[in-house]
Design a protein around this ligand. Structure first.
Ligand SMILES: [Zn+2]
Ligand SMILES: [Zn+2]
Length: 302
């Protein structure tokens, strides 16, 4: 008769096998359904844009003076352009892959000891992680995003942030516009016109998106300010807890100051507002070697 210990061992093994099967099943499903997520995200964005420009803007413009008409048209085009630009760039820009072993001899690269990924066998620089959905290592990996059908990492994180920012502005702008239309006499009546039905669709969709993006963008701004990725935030939980218990303020090892944290994500800049402009400026680091609070490598001279 099997002992209790043996039974527990079998139950544990079966449970772990099930978790692994479930995990790989989710990864496979996400990998295959990636294009569908992109299609849904693009369709919703385009549907709101078309509905706004086709139905809402003409109705709004009839009730405004000419300078305000021009302002609304310019603002709408500006927001739409930035949303599409950053979304497309986020998808098309590879997040960054570690250098291949052929380019490196020995076990050191730029003074850092090399680690190797157990899953894909490639070199794994600091802050790089293996994405089980993309099945490769990604530099400064933040997370795998189904909405772009890829990883958000070292090279495309800035486009991801700007996409969230402009999408939030666009959603707030559309919500505010529909709210204003409540005060246009005869627009919302007991029998809803086609424009009014479109306005209700835009209002519900944009308000839900704005609330979700406000939380998501706030979270990512905190990560940017402290130079953490989403993965690092969870990895640092224990260190943060011990620091708080010891009465010390926890500082992440790659948090080298707000100005330089932004520089590693957006590239060089002189004024903060320049970060909001569409740009493909190069990054000052290669994504493999990172300045830490007490390292020799100094980003400020790059
Ligand atoms: Zn890997
Ligand atoms: Zn991925």
């Amino acid at each position: 008769m099997p002992s209790l210990h043996w039974t527990l061992h079998c139950v544990k093994e079966t449970f772990l096998d099930f978790c692994l099967f479930f995990d790989s099943h989710i990864d496979r499903t996400l990998r295959k359904s990636g294009p569908l997520y992109v299609f849904v995200c693009s369709s919703l964005t385009v549907s709101v844009a078309v509905a706004y420009f086709w139905f809402l803007l003409p109705a709004l413009l009839r009730s405004l003076v000419r300078p305000l008409v021009v302002l609304h048209i310019l603002l709408s085009i500006l927001l739409l352009f930035n949303i599409l630009f950053n979304y497309v760039m986020c998808m098309l820009t590879p997040p960054g892959e570690p250098p291949t072993q052929k380019l490196i001899s020995g076990t050191e690269y730029a003074g850092i000891h090399l680690r190797f990924c157990r899953k894909c066998g490639c070199i794994k620089p600091p802050r790089a992680h293996h994405c089980s959905i993309c099945q490769k290592c990604v530099l400064r990996m933040d997370h795998h995003c189904p909405w772009i059908n890829g990883c958000v990492g070292f090279r495309n994180y800035r486009y991801f942030l700007l996409f969230l920012f402009y999408m939030l502005l666009g959603a707030l702008y559309a919500t505010a516009t529909v709210s204003y239309m409540l005060f246009i006499p005869g627009f919302f009546t007991s029998s809803l016109s086609r424009e009014a039905k479109v306005a209700v669709y835009i209002f519900i969709l944009c308000l839900s998106v704005a609330i979700s993006l406000l939380i998501l963008l706030g979270w990512h701004l905190y990560l940017v300010a402290t130079s953490q990725t989403t993965i690092e935030f969870y990895e640092n939980r224990e260190k943060r807890r011990s620091s708080i218990l010891a009465g010390r303020k926890y500082i992440h090892e790659y948090d080298i100051g707000f100005y330089y944290n932004l520089k590693t994500i957006f590239g060089s800049y002189q004024h903060l507002w320049q970060l909001l402009l569409p740009s493909c400026r190069p990054l000052p680091v290669d994504g493999c070697v990172w300045q830490t609070v007490d390292s020799r490598f100094d980003i400020s001279v790059v």
